[in-house]
Design a protein around this ligand. Structure first.
Ligand SMILES: Cc1cc2nc3c(=O)[nH]c(=O)nc-3n(C[C@H](O)[C@H](O)[C@H](O)COP(=O)(O)OP(=O)(O)OC[C@H]3O[C@@H](n4cnc5c(N)ncnc54)[C@H](O)[C@@H]3O)c2cc1C
Length: 518
């Protein structure tokens, strides 16, 4: 393959969710190329968001209170400076979105309506179209991007490898159908979303299996806190994938969790149904593991008003043959959000020159060991602005001129999901993690279609093995205590291979191959 598209210095943004769209809009009028694996807005978690964005806008609220709730949920692992910066910028982020055309829900006098979600001490969730916030936001941002001449949108083309020369990014190898493309650029922004698609039970689009993490790791970037995966306690229990979510906002409006006998099993837990997500997910998981079924009971509250306040969730329930106003909704936990990601600095720069990250793929330090609900859309909007400003301030440089790299096989995560679900679920233990590491290392080194998803899962499993404590969303049944000091975990792919060969009984030939990387 030798066809190199010279972008004449334009940056490439990979991903068409909220983070990628906001980065492109903020960079205008600087010309940019926006690569999206599917059509804009499809295959993006952003479109599926229900609750909304957290911002301290209410008269009884302040950035300090928002910060305190964020730090409490993060269980000692948040970067306080970054968290403060983001919560302070949150109200302005809402104004920016409104200016771009997002029609947030308001009272008749124009004041923003504020919802309540788990572990928030105040009503501070700004929403749109009731419970279809993501759809409304993304549709407004797509309109804005399509009418911005400086953004060249390339749909149906997925980035497959970053080209790195002398430690700096010089291009992107991409494919669409059976065609391959090489884009020459020295500035690349990853905005590729999360990793839920590595699990059998997930609320994320199936393609969200950490494509950006694989791109960054293979380029040599450092990744952080990969072991922290947030499970949403109340996905609708049924065959649909991604699993439809029954938003926390429903519990915020008074719905309670019961088992098949009607027992409200969270009654004695501090915070009850609105305790942090890790606490509620583990409680639901234990109930299911003990052979019970679990339901979200909204019959009393919001009761008859369910359809009016939560039209999209009511429609999802109806499709499953349920009326949530009169019947309890069957639920189970599902992989939902990745707190870990590409380690970035205060400008969103990764450890590789010319590579930035924002949105769910990035690790800014905001979420720590457990994300506070509705902080991620806020983070994506705020950090997209830092990234855009940093990209704009970085010289264009010259990208690659010639190029030879084989296109890797089309990635397929289906074989990885059962391995990840068994070893990296709500409760973890060393033995299962070591087995997973050995299996994933063998799959990764095969170079076949599961190789990239296996690489991401391998790095997560190594990080989970290395964290010998239980903290936030990471629960080890063999290390149930929390260590006195919280330490962020950091890994490059080279570190992960080395650790994998040591941790797991992988046999000498595989260990030698892994140690040879890169
Ligand atoms: C059901 C659900 C409900 C949620 N509700 C809320 C909520 O109410 N509030 C909140 O704050 N957060 C919520 N979240 C989390 C939040 O939606 C996500 O964290 C956020 O939308 C991530 O945005 P993003 O732009 O980083 O990624 P995404 O929106 O996932 O977009 C990633 C984009 O990158 C593209 N892509 C991926 N790989 C490649 C590649 N190799 N090449 C080209 N393109 C690629 C994808 O196709 C997609 O367009 C929810 C998540 C889910 C799944």
């Amino acid at each position: 393959m030798s066809d190199v598209h010279d972008l004449r210095g334009r940056p490439v943004i990979i991903g068409g969710g909220i983070a990628g769209l906001m980065t492109a809009l903020r960079l205008a009028p600087e010309p940019v190329v926006l690569l999206s694996g599917g059509n804009l807005g499809t295959e993006a978690s952003s479109t599926l968001a229900q609750g909304g964005l957290a911002a301290s806008i209410g008269a009884d609220d302040s950035p300090d209170l928002h910060l305190a709730d964020t730090l409490a949920a993060g269980d000692g692992l948040c970067d306080r400076r970054t968290a403060r910066r983001i919560v302070e910028a949150a109200p302005k982020a809402i104004e920016d979105l409104a200016r771009l055309g997002v029609a947030f829900d308001r009272s008749p006098d124009g004041t923003l309506l504020l919802g309540l979600e788990a572990a928030h001490s105040r009503r501070r969730i700004v929403h749109a179209a009731g419970d279809a916030s993501g759809r409304e936001i993304i549709s407004a941002l797509i309109d804005a991007v399509r009418s911005t001449a400086s953004v060249s949108v390339v749909e149906g083309i997925a980035a497959r490898r970053l080209i790195v020369e002398d430690g700096a990014v010089t291009g992107v190898l991409a494919s669409g159908g059976s065609d391959a493309f090489a884009f020459s650029t020295r500035r690349v922004v990853l905005a590729t979303g999360g990793i839920g698609g590595l699990f059998c039970d997930s609320t994320n689009p199936l393609g969200s299996w950490g494509q950006g993490l694989a791109l960054a790791a293979r380029a040599g970037a450092q990744l952080a806190d990969l072991e922290f995966v947030q499970f949403h306690p109340t996905a609708l229990d049924g065959p649909r994938r991604p699993m439809p979510l029954v938003s926390e906002a429903v519990r915020g409006e008074g719905a309670v969790l019961i088992d098949e006998r009607g027992l409200r099993f969270l009654a004695d837990t501090p915070g009850g149904e609105l305790a942090p997500r890790d606490v509620v997910s583990r409680a639901v998981w234990r109930r299911l593991a003990a052979g019970h079924r679990v339901f979200l009971d909204a019959r009393q509250s919001p009761g008859r008003k369910f359809g009016e306040r939560f039209p999209a969730i009511a429609a999802i329930c109806r499709q499953a043959g349920l009326d949530p106003a009169v019947e309890p909704i069957p639920v189970r936990p599902a992989a939902h959000y990745h707190m870990g990601g590409v380690a970035v600095d205060q400008e969103g720069r990764s450890s590789v020159e010319g590579l930035w990250a924002c949105g769910e793929v990035a690790h800014t330090g905001l979420h720590g060991a457990n994300r506070l609900a509705s902080n991620s859309l806020t983070e994506a909007v705020v950090s997209a602005a830092w990234v855009a400003d940093s990209v704009a301030a970085t010289p264009q440089g010259k990208g690659m001129r010639t190029f030879s790299m084989p296109l890797p096989p089309r990635p397929d995560a289906s074989g990885i999901r059962p391995i990840v679900s068994a070893a990296l679920g709500i409760t973890r233990n060393g033995e299962a993690l070591r087995e997973a590491v050995a299996t994933l290392l063998a799959i990764e080194t095969s170079g076949e279609s599961a190789s990239d998803p296996a690489l991401v899962a391998l790095m997560m499993a190594v990080a989970a093995l290395g964290r010998e404590e239980s903290r936030g969303s990471h629960y080890r049944s063999d290390f149930v205590e929390r260590k006195p000091h919280a330490v962020t975990s950091r890994l490059t792919l080279g570190d992960a291979f080395e650790a994998a060969a040591t941790f797991a009984d992988v046999g000498e030939p595989l260990a030698r191959r892994a140690r040879k990387w890169p």
